[in-house]
Design a protein around this ligand. Structure first.
Ligand code: SF4
Length: 331
C-alpha cells in the first residue's frame, strides 16, 4: 500500500475543510471497501480524513415522523434498530442481506453509499478500466460480464452498483444529507448514484469536499408494507445478481402506493418508475404485477452472458409484490 497522511476530524466543518483542500483525499468511515482498494492499488489517496468518530452515530425520530440516520451509524446497528425494523423492514432486510456480520459491524451508512463496484476488472490493475483509469477501455464488455448491468449501461462501462442498502433507500424515497464547505443540501437517494454515461469514473452526484452527514427516511413510507429480496450465487456474503425492494400499500383492493427499486441490474439502484405508474390505481393481481414489471424491464439491454438477469429480476419482483399483496389481504 502506498503511504498516506492520516487526519482525524473532530467536527464536520473540520472534515469538509480538510477534504476540500486536498484534491486526492478520501473520507474514512468503516474502511471496509476503501482500505481493500488501497491495498490493491486501485485507490491511492494522499490523505485519509477519519470521520468515523464524528457525532453522526444516532438514529432519531424527527418531529414530522421521519427518521434521521447519522452517516456513521453502523450497518448492523441500523438493521437492528427498532424504528427501522418496525417501520422500514425493507431496509433492515436489505442491510442484513449484505456482506457478513463482521463487515456489517464496521461498515457505516455513509460508507455503504460510497462503496465502489466489485467489477473484477476495476480491481485488477493489469486490465483496462474506464472507471479506474478513464480512457483506457472496458475489459468487461468483451470479457466475463455475467454479473454486470442490463439496464442503463454505456459503451464505456457496464458495471453494477453493489449496495443492497441503497436499493432499499431508493424505494423508500429516502433523502441523502450532504454538507460541504459552502453549505448543505439533500439529494433523493434514488438520484444520488449516477448512470455511467461518458463519465464512468464518477459513481455519485457528490462533489469533492462534500460529506454525507445522514440519511432521512420519510414519514410517508413509514409503516407501509415493504420487503427486500436478493438473488445471489450463494446464501450469504455475495453480491446481488438481481435484487428488488418493494413498498406496497393496498386499500380497498386498489394499489394506493407502490415503490419498486432493483439492485444488481445497473450502475445505480434502478427505481422502476414505469412499473410504479402502471400499478398505481390498479387491482393488485398477478397479471397487473407481471405487466408492470415487464413494462419496466423492456428497457433492458442484456449482454451475451447476463440475459438471465431479466427473467430473474422479473420473477423476484413479481413474487415480492404478490406476497406483500397477500399479506395485506390477510391482515
Ligand atoms: Fe471498468 Fe466499468 Fe468496464 Fe468494469 S464495467 S471494467 S468498472 S469500465
Amino acid at each position: 500500500m502506498k503511504s498516506f497522511m492520516y487526519v482525524r476530524a473532530h467536527s464536520v466543518d473540520e472534515a469538509t475543510a480538510a477534504h476540500a483542500g486536498r484534491p486526492t483525499s478520501r473520507y474514512l468511515g468503516g474502511g471496509t471497501n476503501l482500505v481493500d482498494l488501497m491495498k490493491l492499488g486501485v485507490e491511492h489517496p494522499e490523505t485519509l480524513i477519519d470521520v468515523s468518530r464524528l457525532p453522526l452515530d444516532t438514529v432519531e425520530e424527527l418531529h414530522d415522523g421521519s427518521v434521521r440516520v447519522g452517516a456513521a451509524v453502523r450497518n448492523s446497528d441500523l438493521a437492528a434498530h427498532p424504528l427501522v425494523r418496525d417501520r422500514y423492514p425493507v431496509l433492515a432486510q436489505a442491510l442484513l442481506s449484505g456482506a457478513s456480520g463482521q463487515l456489517r459491524n464496521v461498515a457505516t451508512t455513509g460508507g455503504n453509499l460510497l462503496q465502489r463496484t466489485r467489477c473484477p476488472y476495476f480491481q485488477d490493475l493489469g486490465k483496462p478500466c474506464n472507471k479506474r483509469e478513464p480512457g483506457t477501455g472496458c475489459a468487461a464488455r468483451d470479457g466475463v460480464h455475467r454479473d454486470h448491468a442490463v439496464l442503463g449501461h454505456s459503451p464505456l462501462c457496464i458495471a453494477t452498483h453493489p449496495s443492497d442498502m441503497a436499493v432499499a433507500l431508493a424505494a423508500l424515497d429516502a433523502q441523502v444529507e450532504l454538507q460541504g464547505t459552502r453549505g448543505s443540501r439533500t439529494l433523493p437517494a434514488a438520484e444520488f448514484h449516477r448512470l455511467p454515461g461518458d463519465r464512468p469514473e464518477q459513481d455519485t452526484e457528490i462533489v469533492h469536499g462534500e460529506l454525507i452527514t445522514g440519511v432521512v427516511l420519510p414519514a410517508a413510507t413509514a409503516g407501509v408494507p415493504s420487503a427486500y429480496r436478493k438473488a445471489r450465487d450463494r446464501a450469504s456474503y455475495a453480491f446481488a445478481l438481481a435484487s428488488v425492494a418493494v413498498v406496497l400499500d393496498i386499500d380497498d383492493a386498489v394499489v394506493r402506493k407502490v415503490r419498486i427499486a432493483f439492485g444488481g441490474l445497473a450502475h445505480r439502484p434502478w427505481r422502476a418508475r414505469r412499473a410504479e405508474e402502471e400499478l398505481l390505481g390498479d387491482a393488485p393481481t398477478d397479471e397487473a404485477f407481471l405487466r408492470a414489471v415487464d413494462a419496466e424491464l423492456a428497457a433492458a439491454e442484456p449482454l451475451p452472458e447476463n440475459a438471465f438477469k431479466v427473467p430473474l429480476a422479473r420473477n423476484i419482483a413479481v413474487d415480492v409484490l404478490r406476497r406483500l399483496a397477500a399479506s395485506r389481504t390477510a391482515s
